[in-house]
Design a protein around this ligand. Structure first.
Ligand SMILES: [Zn+2]
Length: 155
């Protein structure tokens, strides 16, 4: 067993591989695992990767990510591979699919958007215009969202 595997091996939980290098913390924010009471998390950053040059890897103990959480992950790490680990083995592989819209995941960053008005309770709805490069636009006001800042607008 390699040194790295020994450090990051988990008994049960979720392993997220192929996160773009330097984005592991954003992924944690996106999954809202960076605040409050959370599970033990191992983070490995800037690992050499044949596919991507460098990548980050996250392992979250005793937690199996659900599809709603994977949808969030797609915004930061659309090519990540997710494995559910049970008893030190890969029990399930989950694929991440970037949908065509985000409903009540991220709010529009435009301060005059109708969704910012508390008297007009509307679902927060953003359209995914393209995946590479990632382009997201508000369904209501049409404002393009800044991908680098999107973690600051998570609901
Ligand atoms: Zn808007």
């Amino acid at each position: 067993m390699s040194e790295m595997r020994r450090v990051t091996a988990i008994c049960n939980g979720t392993a997220i591989d192929h996160i773009p290098s330097g984005h592991a913390l954003q992924v944690l924010k996106m999954l809202r695992l960076d605040v409050g009471r959370s599970n033990p998390i191992s983070m490995v950053m800037n690992v050499p990767s044949g596919k991507m040059g460098r990548k980050d890897v996250l392992k979250i103990e005793d937690r199996e990510l659900n599809q709603e959480e994977l949808d969030r992950l797609a915004l930061i790490a659309p090519k990540a591979s997710v494995a559910i680990i049970r008893n030190y083995h890969v029990a399930e592989k989950r694929t991440i699919e970037l949908g065509t819209e985000l409903i009540n995941i991220v709010r529009c960053s435009f301060s005059n958007c109708i969704t910012q008005n508390p008297r007009e309770p509307l679902p927060h709805k953003l359209k995914i215009i393209s995946a590479e490069p990632m382009k997201i636009r508000c369904f209501y006001c049409g404002k393009n969202q800044n991908i680098d800042e999107i973690v600051d607008y998570i609901i």
